[in-house]
Design a protein around this ligand. Structure first.
Ligand SMILES: Cc1ncc(COP(=O)(O)O)c(C=O)c1O
Length: 385
């Protein structure tokens, strides 16, 4: 990190999520490249990242936003402003009249939901959303059950066996979501399964959405292979408009979460580092996936190292992660930086235990820091009554 960057860090409140404009631009360039090479329209999945102050930048590349609820649909329409694809595992009756005017596409998770709402969709003229069904491609590379939409007896998507011989009247498209931080070879297998299981419906489709989980911005992702696989599908089915709706990949490694050390508690084996952050409240995927986030300047401990165990500031016994080693002794007041904390953090965070919610800020290409949002007691209180 250069001098400028160190100086900026000193001005950032603690704790704080920080998006970096330049890193986001680097990711968007990859999606520009894909969209230039393939007739595909790529959207942002708001469930993974919904920091709307950055939508003007994202909108220069992406063609729309996908929403999983009325509130996400409203945010997409108000702040993203282009195409809004809505898919919910189960729509609430009272939300549908509000969703219909916002949605360019509306996807149903089951035949039952489609039958329940199809007349309301048809009657919504002149701006009738294009209706779709979520399908179950019966293949997912995801090992963690919590994130595997194709697990046995899944509640997500219609399996081919339940679809019968013809597409339900009024259905224009399919959504298939089965990947998570996956590579282009998983996309290739997904496409093979869709063609094998749902091939007879493809001639009638207007669009097909390959969902999220395409980690095109990870350094080892084979973008050229994905382009080839998608173009080959397009050549076989040129009448189908292709879409995808990644979340994580858009903001992969584009920002960090910074916090401060409040206390150090030595035990026989480790030093517990008490942070003004919480894994369960601010970085829940670390515990749910689970995974060990990268901390700037830290490494895996070796024999003889002091083992630092990162502890959250909630009372949840398991609100800790570790262990890490540093080439210096940590001290109370030190700042730590958890890397790659833009996706599935702000959209999932809570104020459990009343812990301070991190502020949200932005570093632009000229290295200027802007504080976009701070949270206070009223934000905590207003959710409860
Ligand atoms: C239907 C659907 N679309 C898109 C996504 C975004 O996935 P990712 O953030 O892994 O790209 C998800 C994630 O759960 C999803 O369920």
């Amino acid at each position: 990190m250069n001098q400028d960057r160190d100086a900026i860090l000193a001005t950032i409140p603690s704790p704080c999520f920080v998006l970096e404009e330049e890193l986001l631009a680097r990711n968007l360039a990859i999606f520009d490249r894909v969209q230039a090479a393939v007739p595909i329209r790529i959207m942002l999945a708001l469930k993974g990242y919904a920091l709307f102050h950055s939508f003007p930048q994202i909108r220069t590349t992406l063609k729309g936003a996908s929403a999983s609820s009325l509130w996400e649909a409203r945010l997409a329409a108000e702040e993203f402003g282009t195409e809004v694809h809505v898919y919910s595992p189960a729509y609430r009756d009272e939300d549908v009249p509000e969703i219909l005017p916002l949605a360019s596409h509306m996807t149903f998770n089951s035949i039952g939901q489609w039958e329940r709402f199809r007349d309301r969709v048809a009657a919504h003229t002149p701006n009738k959303p294009s209706a779709g069904l979520r399908i179950n491609p019966e293949y997912s590379p995801v090992q963690t059950a919590l994130y595997n939409p194709c697990q046995p007896s899944t509640r997500l998507g219609v399996s081919a066996a339940y679809l019968g011989d013809s597409l339900p009247a009024g259905i224009d498209g399919f959504l298939s979501h089965n990947l998570c931080e996956s590579d282009s070879f998983a996309l290739e297998k997904t496409i093979a399964n869709i063609e094998r299981l749902f091939g007879k419906f493809l001639p009638q489709l207007k669009w097909l959405n390959f969902g999220g989980g395409h980690l095109m911005t990870r350094k080892d992702y084979d973008v050229e292979h994905a382009i080839a696989v998608l173009n080959a599908f397009h050549d076989r089915h040129p009448h189908i408009q292709l879409w995808m709706e990644p979340g994580s990949a858009i903001v992969w490694e584009t920002g960090f979460l910074t916090g401060k050390i409040l206390d150090l508690i030595p035990t026989d084996e480790v030093v517990n580092v008490m942070l003004d952050l919480s894994f369960t409240a601010h970085m829940p995927d670390c515990l749910e996936m689970p995974y060990k986030p990268v901390i700037r300047g830290a490494r895996e401990p070796e024999a003889g190292d002091t083992r630092y165990r990162m502890g959250g500031s909630s009372c949840l016994a398991g609100d800790f992660l570790g262990d890490y080693a540093f080439d210096r002794n940590l001290a109370i007041g030190d700042r730590l930086i958890f890397e790659d904390m833009m996706h599935y953090t702000m959209v999932k965070s809570s104020m459990f235990n009343g812990v301070m919610h991190p502020a949200i800020g932005h570093i632009d290409k000229e290295n200027n820091f802007t504080l976009w949002r701070e949270f206070g007691y009223e934000d905590y209180r207003s959710r409860l009554g």
